[in-house]
Design a binder for this molecule. Sequence first.
Ligand code: PGA
Length: 257
Amino acid sequence: MSRKKKLIVANWKMNPRSAAEARALFKKTKQTGSRLERVETVICPPFPYLGVFAHSGTTRVSLGSQDVFWTNAGRATGEVSPEQLADLGVSFVIVGHSERRALGETDDIVAKKLKAVLGEGLAPILCVGEKTRDEEAGYFEVLKNQIRASLSGVRRPDLRGLVIAYEPLFAIGKSARDAMRPRDIVETEIFIRKVLSDLFGAEAGHEPRVLYGGSAEPENTTAILSDGGVDGLLVGHASLDAEGFGEMLKSANALNL
Ligand code: PGA
């Protein structure tokens, strides 16, 4: 199941190298995104630049964060609270990205962050994905456990505001031909919705938006969005090239679904 308006999220990671470059990239991306009726664009810059872009989101182009802390108060050197993000006009928060999980973030921490983000009225983009694919299809079990643990304590009504980004680790940071094939993406998307239905009830599986991430580039955007069954993309390296990313946004806008 995919919705008409696509959600395309730019995850800049630890880029670009200066605020001046960030401003230029933001400006161009916002310009393109603002013109497109059938795409919702989200830009997730590194923390220091969130302040630079505070409250500069629009109805079509919004601001997202790459991470968050799990409470609004307490001694937490180096962390950023959901409340601080909301105050800057951030609407989306990436939670549990594989690069954060690789640095030690557990499912338990992810679940706490998710609840804190929902509590602040922000939309979490929960990242899940297996490291490898084995022939016995054990990766389905891995995904199921990750989803269940990450959503622990989340209530049924919260699902509506939730976004799940499916990012198979082996496809991240490569090039278009290394991305997962649309038919494998659609199979996994159906599986993710089935896990949600088993957890929260039949209808629940349809509620969150499901994105794909992992070497989404201008070359494969149309194929993934039209045949991959997903509601949008989480884009890493390709979001750093304003022109190429603009092409991706336009391709998403042009889909006749
Ligand atoms: P990529 O990254 O598009 O560079 O593969 C995606 C991600 O890590 O979110």
